[in-house]
Design a protein around this ligand. Structure first.
Ligand code: ZN
Length: 200
């Protein structure tokens, strides 16, 4: 069934100012299997977000903003392989975060087994320990792990901010689905580029 649908109006702002001490960056699943040629579940446009995320991380780290990563993590025989095939098996090359965005010593890496970065992980507890209220969410896949993590954050009343040049999806439809849900349903703030994110 091929059907053309109109994307509803989605609000995207130029700039947002965030309190550095109460903000964290979450880099979702920027792992070789999703990002690099030869990866088992390649998102072709994910590589284009690497320089954007890198720039955001440099800015954030220079202002003392806490950085979190989620790492999709599966073990042999995981039921998710029936849906997606094998991917990000713990300990393999594909499971590693891409070299360009390697976590630094003070960053926190959270391993997750499903789309939602909060589900069955210590993420919520860790964010609360550090007094975080605002989450800048980046990474891949926009309508899967990014959206589920953003939605789960919003349900817990974190304020979600997503720079739209720092997320990627398997196709344009999926990308706009994610933007629509983050804007309309979760009342997140979509920002045009990572340059529009200002830490105070
Ligand atoms: Zn997975």
């Amino acid at each position: 069934m091929a059907k053309t649908v109109k994307v509803p109006e989605i609000k995207i702002v130029e700039k947002v100012e965030l309190p550095a001490k109460e903000t964290a960056i979450i880099v979702v699943d920027m792992q070789n299997d999703f990002v690099k040629p030869g990866g088992k579940l390649l998102v072709p446009t994910a590589k284009d977000t690497i320089p954007k995320i890198k720039k955001l991380l440099e800015n954030a780290r220079s202002r003392g903003v806490k950085v979190f990563y989620t790492k999709d993590t599966h073990y042999p025989g995981d039921p998710e392989f029936k849906i997606w095939g094998d991917h990000v098996v713990k300990g393999t090359w594909g499971w590693e975060i891409v070299d360009e965005l390697k976590p630094e010593a003070n960053d926190i890496v959270v391993e997750k087994t499903r789309y939602d970065g909060f589900y069955g992980t210590p993420l919520d507890d860790l964010l609360r320990v550090y007094g975080i209220k605002y989450l800048v969410i980046t990474g891949t896949v926009a309508n899967i792990c990014v959206l589920h993590t953003a939605g789960s954050a919003a349900l817990r009343w974190y304020k979600v901010i997503v720079p739209v040049d720092a997320i990627s999806a398997l196709n344009e439809f999926d990308y706009y689905v994610a933007l629509r849900q983050i804007d309309f349903l979760y009342k997140g703030v979509l920002v045009k580029t990572v340059d529009g994110i200002i830490f105070k």
